[in-house]
Design a protein around this ligand. Structure first.
Ligand code: G3H
Ligand code: 13P
Ligand code: ZN
Length: 310
């Protein structure tokens, strides 16, 4: 099976009341860790690449490794550009073999966001790819830019409906209180399910995306801190909220911070327990194993997409 788009995955997820996990990739071990979990749980997967990941690893290497993952696993896998910031970047990725791109023009005024998104949609649809866009602004850190909780903007449901109609986009990321990074809330997590509900009333059966949706698993934060790290106050989205969102119109849940945490926690533990080791396969292998464990947990207990690969 070649790389797939998200069209079929999202239609089934919407009907089935579950969500597909979109996991950020930067290197071979993370790809293998995620895909092993998908194999064990028979889950469809979205592997996504940010522009900084593209610079770090070289897009061509990532594409080839993801193609190898498809061949090795036989799973339906979509290769997606995360937070594309320009038309040209989206086009480059589609030319490289990506089956889905996100054009994130959410920092522009609405009319400009609509114009840029519609241009990307035209190119993508002409070339067999699908497009995610964003409306609203999430708090947190993205490409080293920090947006404070007070500067975040919730998505306006009426604008979302207008945006989808005018752009022809295939899915939409909305801001309902999630936030990028490992330090999402000072107090209690609050998600505006009323906004999600209203968006789905105005856009029936339309797939919604949640960014900034890591749960920042406390066990991994503890492991990092126990083995020499310093991440006091790290906090994510409670898993019951993510499960609720998955049962509603949310069809794609983005996870990056949890993978970073799992990878780092395992490597810190490895070095603390094996100070003489210097073969990267030993500690990267532990990182890869904990990524698999983390992703399996999400597929089964948070996203509900285990068993839905075929
Ligand atoms: O939403 C942002 C993702 O976590 C990607 O982060 O740009 O540091 O790769 P990055
Ligand atoms: P987290 O930082 O919560 O993992 O969010 C990742 C994300 O939204 C990638 O686009
Ligand atoms: Zn994001």
């Amino acid at each position: 099976m070649p790389l797939v788009t998200t069209k079929d995955m999202f239609a089934k997820a919407y009907e089935g009341g579950y969500a597909i996990g979109a996991f950020n990739i930067n290197n071979m071990e993370t790809i293998q860790g995620i895909v092993e979990a998908g194999k064990l749980e028979k889950a469809p997967l979205i592997l996504q690449v940010s522009s900084s990941a593209r610079k770090y690893a070289n897009s061509k290497y990532l594409v080839k490794m993801v193609q190898a993952a498809v061949e090795d696993s036989g799973l339906p896998i979509c290769l997606h550009l995360d937070h594309g910031d320009s038309y040209d970047l989206c086009v480059d990725c589609i030319k490289d073999g990506f089956t889905s791109v996100m054009i994130d023009a959410s920092s522009h005024p609405l009319a400009e966001n609509i114009k840029i998104t519609a241009e990307v949609v035209k190119y993508a649809h002409d070339h067999g790819a699908v497009v995610e866009a964003e409306l609203g602004r999430l708090a947190g850190v993205e490409d080293n830019v920090k947006v404070s909780e007070s500067d975040a903007l919730y998505t306006d449901p009426e604008e979302a409906a207008e945006f989808v109609e005018k752009t022809g986009v295939d899915s939409l990321a909305i801001a309902i209180g999630t936030s990028h990074g490992a330090f999402k809330f000072k107090g209690d997590a609050k998600l505006r399910f009323d906004i999600l509900e209203k968006v789905s009333e105005l856009l029936p059966k339309f797939p919604i995306v949640l960014h900034g949706a890591s749960s920042v698993l406390p066990d991994y934060v503890k492991m990092v801190n126990d083995f020499g790290g310093a991440m006091p106050g790290a906090k994510g989205i409670p898993e019951d909220m993510l499960r609720k969102a998955s049962s509603m119109a949310v069809c794609k849940i983005n996870v990056d911070s949890d993978l970073r945490l799992a990878f780092t926690a395992a490597i810190r533990k490895h070095f603390a327990e094996n100070p003489a080791h210097f073969d990267p396969r030993q500690y990267l292998g532990d990182g890869r194993k904990l990524v698999t464990e983390c992703v399996r947990h999400k597929l089964v207990h948070v996203l509900g997409c285990a068993g839905h690969a075929f």
